[in-house]
Design a protein around this ligand. Structure first.
Ligand code: AMP
Length: 174
């Protein structure tokens, strides 16, 4: 386990709505030593990839820093309507309604290897959409790496069912 102080990830009950325990990473980001340890731990799990893809928005914070630290390229996986295009799209289910992630086409060479980074693994829906999106533009997804997971929601097994050969890493356990 990397040397990351779990106390710096705050549990905020009932945010953004009743029943959700929100994992607030802002204290971790404010602590230089722990932020650095976190980036090192992400990099350790993504060393073989040419690109680091971050999922908007909190995934960007880690993915861009990991890419920089590892001399890799950064790929933003953005919410719908933010990239000027041309884009590939992947929709996914939220608890209420649907959401969409987008990636630019024509920038990243076919078959390039990529690690996808995000802060929290919950149901796995966002990560599965991110993987499908990268695959749609013919990137090779090496692994997905999360700072933490909420184990009761089954995200890891969902990703496993869709992509049995994909490496899934979680940096800290509660
Ligand atoms: P899911 O698609 O259900 O795995 O949700 C993962 C996405 O939603 C990630 O991008 C997280 O940033 C965010 N997320 C889900 N649940 C939480 C939570 N309890 N605390 C913080 N972020 C969360």
């Amino acid at each position: 386990m990397p040397d990351i102080d779990l106390q710096l990830i705050r549990n905020i009950p009932d945010f953004p709505k009743t029943g959700v325990q929100f994992k607030d990473i802002t204290p971790l980001l404010a602590d230089p030593k722990n932020f650095e340890q976190t980036i090192k731990a992400f990099l350790n799990k993504s060393a073989s990839s040419k690109y680091i893809a971050g999922i908007e928005a909190r995934g960007f914070i880690f993915a861009a820093a990991v890419a920089q630290a590892g001399s890799k390229g950064f790929i933003p996986l953005r919410k719908s309507g933010k990239l000027p295009g041309p884009v590939e799209q992947q929709s996914y289910q939220l608890e209420y309604g649907e959401a969409m992630l987008e990636i630019h086409k024509g920038i990243y060479p076919i078959n390039s290897s990529v690690t996808i980074v995000d802060d929290v693994l919950a149901t796995g829906g966002t990560a599965i959409a991110a993987i499908k999106l990268c695959q749609k533009i013919k990137l090779h997804v090496d692994s997905v790496v999360f700072l933490m997971e909420i184990p009761g929601l089954g995200g890891r097994s969902q990703i496993n069912q869709h992509f049995p050969d994909l490496q899934i890493s979680v940096l800290v356990a509660e």
